[in-house]
Design a protein around this ligand. Sequence first.
Ligand code: FEO
Ligand code: CA
Ligand code: CA
Ligand code: CA
Length: 607
Amino acid sequence: FAAKSPEPSQLTFKAVTPNQVDGIVVPNGYDHAVVIKWGDEVVPGAPRFNVAKQSADAQSKQFGYNNDFVAVLPLDRRGERALLVCNHEYTNEDLMFPNFPGIDGLSVEQLRTAMAAHGMSVVELERVGDSGRWTPVSRGSRRYNRRITALATHFKMTGPAAGHALLKTAADPSGRDVIGTLNNCAGGVTPWGTILSGEENFNQYFVGAETAVEPAKTRFNRYGIDTVNHYPSGSRKWDRADARFDLTKNPNEANRFGWVVEIDPFTPGSTPRKHTALGRVKHEGANIIIAKNGKAVAYMGDDERFDYLYKFVSDKKFDSGKSYFARRHNLTLLESGSLYVAKLGFTSAAEIDGSGKLPADGAFNGTGEWVALVKDGRSQVPGMSVEEVLIFTRLAGDAVGATKMDRPEDVEPNPKTGKIYVALTNNTARGPAGKAPADEANPRTNNKHGHIFEITEDQGDHTGTTFTWTIPIVCGDPKDPATYFMGFDKAQVSPISCPDNVAFDGAGNLWISTDGNALGTNDGLFAVPLEGPEKGHLKQFLTVPYGAETCGPWIHGDNKSAFVAVQHPGEITGASIEKPASNWPDGDFAKPGVAVAWRVDGRNIGV
Ligand code: FEO
Ligand code: CA
Ligand code: CA
Ligand code: CA
């Protein structure tokens, strides 16, 4: 499903200059277009978008808000049709509702509309001519088109913790049938053609934890669920629309979020699943590689300051056959396996002073161990059952002394080399006063700009338990001595801050999108070769509109198209539909949307 052109992409484009333009800027010789945006039809027959009359029913059929992860999966052999699958992470009610009355003033229907704007979308696309541009199909059944929402879509829990008492609620005594998915951030495409999506900051949807007693209180706290401020605290107030978000009434409901979910976009009516075997954290996403012995290995980050890197190794082996039975088998791979957390060793520990200065051996690098949390069906954490390890995975990581990282976001194996790349986005609390001082893997105090972390499994064995690591890129303004770009001449490198999502093109070049540029200019998409003479020559490929974060990204399998999700354009304090900080893309008020960039002469991106 993810077949890549063998033709390598050389990154010959001229870097885009940092800017504060309220639009997408691409290099000379490239063009771009919006593919789909908030409110556009997804389910055929969706009501026409009318921001003044928006409803939960309409939103349940329209493209959701704040698109994040993007995948584009081929639907035919000629490369003319594809499925766009996209996450809708969260909502900006102030930018969604005219005359925004404040979060407490929203009607129940508006709260339900926000719930319907969360989730995922599946949209059939067609290529425009023979270009790298794509657009939603204009004719035909669009039978794959689908909205998955926080409001109404049922998910099936799988794996060892499914059905456990801690996952049961009054509405679901089975502990296996959950409504909705929340805060879906990044994700990945599996080798069997399904989509994984990470439930990230689910804590913000729940209220009422201040009444919790131990051990629930410690568990809520570790996941950032507020146990101090009294009801009605909580930023989203969804409890006013649905009592399951009130933990005084439904104390286990929060345990049903924070999972990796898998959806099968090629089977329109299929029930999406939440896989307990991959653990419960603030999942950024999950990306899979098939190990030499055939097992599926998922790499995952827990996006919180001082949280951990994880990997899952399936019990069963991938079947590379094309039959219905092979696919049916592969769909079970994430339902059982072993779960590990990363613990790092250092080579230059004594030299790390928090300044970001390279050690005398010329690299931030070291060794690492994947410490088992669940293995062979048994808990490896004293005092915790398998189910407790999987439901309260952060506490299991704490118990085994995992290494505290600077916010692990996207974690993705390079399909060309098998090395794993981690975006560590930032951590301004790193330092003597924070939970941990700088170390060789997180070498800067007050890490505003983040870094890229690279893992090489020993013997190339993705199922193994030992690895080495290095930091190829320390982000920031290249003029800042505390930056590093694989040793490349920094005068030729683009400034980059807050790496978030990563992707690879067919040549194995690393593409990085950013969130929260601390250098004061718009977020964007960057590309950098990881091998050869241009290794470390990081260049900005595009910038997104004012106030937006660059999500996705997705480099299409034929290397002709680069997709990005423009998330939360105009997200600036005080902005609203009446006072827009951004009016992208239509000139009225800001709308999140997915965009595609392509090369005007039809050649590969970058070449
Ligand atoms: Fe949703 Fe970790 O960014
Ligand atoms: Ca992210
Ligand atoms: Ca990615
Ligand atoms: Ca982010």
